[in-house]
Structure formats: C-alpha cells, structure tokens
Ligand binder design. Sequence first.
Ligand code: NA7
Length: 546
Amino acid sequence: MTARTAIDTAAEGGIATYEAIIIGAGIGGMYQLHRLRGLGMHVRVFEAGSDIGGTWYWNRYPGARFDSESWSYGFSFSDEVLQEWEWPEHFAAQPDTLRYLNYVADKFDFRRDIEFNARVAAARFDDERTLWTITLENGAQAAAPLLITALGPLSAHTMPNIPGVGTFEGPAYHTARWPKEGVDLKGKRVGIIGTGATAIQTIQTIAKDVGHLTVFQRTPNWAAPLHNSRITPEEQADIKARYREIFDHCKTTVSCFIHTPDPRKALEISPEEREAFWEKLYSEPGFGIWMGNFSDVLVDEKANALMSAFVARKIRQRVKDPKTADKLIPKNHGFGTRRLPLESGYYEVYNQDNVELVDINETPIERITAKGIKTTDQEREFDLIIYATGFDGVTGPYDRVDIRGPGGRSLKEDWTKMPRTFLGVQAEGFPNLLMILGPHTARGNIPRNIEQIVDWLTDLIAYMRANGIKRIEPRTEAIDMWAEHVDKAAAPLLSSRIASWQTGINRNVEGRQVLRVLGYNGSQVKYRRLADKVAAGGYREFIQSS
Ligand code: NA7
C-alpha cells in the first residue's frame, strides 16, 4: 500500500497528522526513523533532496571523501549490514558512501516513510493542542505532537558575499550543490574560492585535469596527509570480525574516532622523542595526528606552536617555491585549532605549472565579473568558478526554517547571541522539539554521535509513551547548568578562541561574526554518561506534562 503523502492529504483539504515528524533523511533522520518504527510509531520524514543521504547526497564535488576510517563510520545497528557491506577503501569516496546509504535505505525500506523534494520552510507549535505543524516550501502541511530535527550541522551552505556573484556568465557551482551528472573540467580554466577541507579535496583532485586552476585563498589551513589505501581481503575479514570491538572502542574515545591522545606532553619530553612521534603521526592514516597527538598540543600554546612549526617545515619541504609555501602556512591560528583537513598530494599541486595561488589578503577580490574574478591587481578569466565557501554551521540549518514555539517565540531570534539548550537535544522554550546534533551536543565521528543521541531520544520517547506524557521541555535550571558546563568544557581548548564554523563564525552571514561555542567540547564519554544519568533518573531535568 502506498503511504499517503502530506501533499495528497492537503489536496483533500486536511493536514496529514503523524505521531512524529522527522526533518531530514540523512544518517540521523534515517536512523531515527528506524528506531521509531521499532516503537511501532506512525512517522513521516520530510527531506529537501530528491533522495536519501544528507551530506553525502549534496556534497558530490570532485574528491569528496571521508576523513574518518570507513569501517568506523557506518551504522552499527545491523550485524547483517556490517557483514554484507564491503568498504572498498579505508577512507571511502562520496559515491561509495552514498551507495552504502542507499543500500541500507533499500534494505530497511526507509523510502516508504520519506517524502522527498519536501523542504520544510516553517514549523509552528500549537500550545493548546500540543502539536507541531510544519509547512513545506510548496505550501503543503503536516502535523505531529513530536518534531525531530535531523538537519545536519553542515547543511546550510553559504555563497561568498562578494559583489557580482551571479553575474558570471559561465557555469559556477558551490561544492555542496555539485551537479549530479558531474562536470567536465578537462582543459578548462577554473577559479576556486576557499581553502577549507572541501576546497583541499577538490583542488588536489581536479588540478591534474583542468587546463589552469587559480586558487583564491583568504586563510590557509593546516592540513596533514590522509594516507588512504584500498582495503585488502584480509583486512576486510579482520574488520568484519572486529566490528563490535571497533564500535565499543569508539565509545571510549574523546570524539568517537578510533584515535586517542597520547598521555605524554610535548613539552615534557626530549625534542628528539617529540620529533620522532610527530614523524610517525605524519606518516600514518587519518586523524591520528590531530586526535592522537600529545595531550598538550590542542590546549597549550607553546606545545601547539612546536607542532605548528613541525607541520610548517613539512609544507616548506613539499612546496618548491618558498613564497608559495609561506602563503600556505597559517599565521593566525595554530595546528588543529580549526577542523584539520586531510590531504592527498595537496601541497604538491602548487608545484604544477598550471596552478596559481592568489592570496586575497594581498590582492582582495573586488568582484565576480561576467568573465571571471577581478582582484585589486587584475581580472582573471575563467570557464568555470567553484565556490568552496563552506557552511553556516550548526545553527545555520535551523535559521533557515522559521521555527516558532509557544506565543510565536522564534528559535532564530533566541539563538542570535548563543543557543540555549539542554544536552543539545532541546532548546529552551520549544516543547516537544527534539534535536539530533543540535548545538551543544558532542560531535566527532558523526554516525557514532548520531547513534548515541538517537538511541537516547528513542528511550525518551518510549518513556513518554509508557507514562502518558504528552509534553516535555527542559527546566531552566537544567539549561543553565548545561550552558555553564558547555562553557567550562570549551575553555581549555585553543580552538574555542579561533574563528571557524565550529565557533559559529561565517563572514558571509550577518550576525555570524561573534565567537559562539556551538559544540560540546568535553569528551563524548562524559556526555554519554551525563545523558544516561538523566535517563536513569526519570528525566527530572524536564518538565513533563500529561
Ligand atoms: P570551511 O572550512 O568553512 O571553508 C570555507 C572556505 O571558504 C574557507 O577557506 C574560507 O575562508 C573561504 N571563504 C568563505 N567565504 C569567503 C569569501 N567571501 N571570500 C573568500 N574566501 C571565502 O568549509 P568546508 O566546506 O571546506 O568544510 C566544512 C566542513 O566540511 C569541514 O570542517 C569538514 O567537517 C567537512 P576563511 O577561512 O573564512 O578565511
């Protein structure tokens, strides 16, 4: 039987009503759907894209791939999936990840409960009926007492606020809106704006194909080698045998990755020992160099400066032209204080004759023109422009939906200065709005965080159903406690003082120029423990009404 859609029901003059509505059919939305089905609930998912996948549906730019070990990334809930699926590489490319998510969606028939091409524009809470009503961009509506947001922390992509964007006559793409059919870049003159994790993957991938590539860099980032490789049959068998062990291990680490910091301090050992360890980390795959480094590197300025100097030396060794190398070395932030991009031959790209690096601090971009990009010194003509200009992180996706709580209270206005949440799962003043990876939740290896939070939310919903609780919202004291704890956890980290999407900075968006702590920077082990304690205590931190 085909499920009735919100659009069908609207055509009949009614509003389709469910027990829960989920916004987003990425990893979080799909897993939440799976768990609520398990409770026997009537759930509907609304997804802006034309298919499942979220981040991996939208980000199809050349070279998009994991920086997390593939085998630590997938869903852990189905042993069958774990045994059937074979990751081809230790760090899978986007097409493989999307293929994986489709395989899971097919296996569990997720699409039956998902409405696609259904971007939610607004959500309103009816205080008397305890009911959320969502309105899609096309005007169709649906309602449910529970609204669960699985919007993704990096789904609100931002175009640069450079005059003339839109006047370029050739094709121009944001990396998060790369055409599904791909783009032929062979021999083309390409300009790319941005040098974040996305740009680095794109640049190193397309440099060999394009005729000429001009990279417009505002802030260089510290990047370290990914060291990707194919998974051999022996490794595949070993991974499959050890899945439980791997996922259990991820539960014990700070950010749910496989890496754990080395207990030694960079400042307390000999320079030789330090250097040898950094050489080892630089030669190993994945985020070890970021998350498995000495315990003082991300919190102590002196230790961090030494690490930065080590990576700067590597950049100088790899880039032939000393001036270009110098431009590629960050000066305004230390190693690992922004999200560390992992690269595969990125620095060597700048040794190619067909690649030019433009430091737009020296020669700022004046405007995008019909033919290309004009900096203060010259206009460069392009066949194609790539905007790798990032996202309005974490709160941006919420701002793009007009979310109104009791009395018309606006979530966007509430969060202008700083989001206030309890555990990042509920905002202050928005009953029955439950967030997956909202602000102030633990965030690291995303599917691991998602599984933890979705399991916790599912237990909460089961508890509500078992106890006849219709409405739930966190108490102000609990929110105050959480805000203080989030601040305390962020304070020791050097990254909390540095502008990046993680601290809420996006110069392309009005009101996003003030540092705001947007994650929970304590260990996810502690987060999990606190959340479990709340559950075990009967959710006393929430006002519960029947
Ligand atoms: P990022 O890391 O936010 O990078 C965006 C890049 O675009 C960054 O280099 C920005 O420079 C640059 N940018 C943005 N706006 C402009 C304008 N107006 N002019 C010039 N340059 C600009 O986004 P990514 O997509 O690379 O990565 C996001 C996350 O995805 C990443 O952390 C991973 O988790 C996966 P800026 O640094 O602001 O000077």
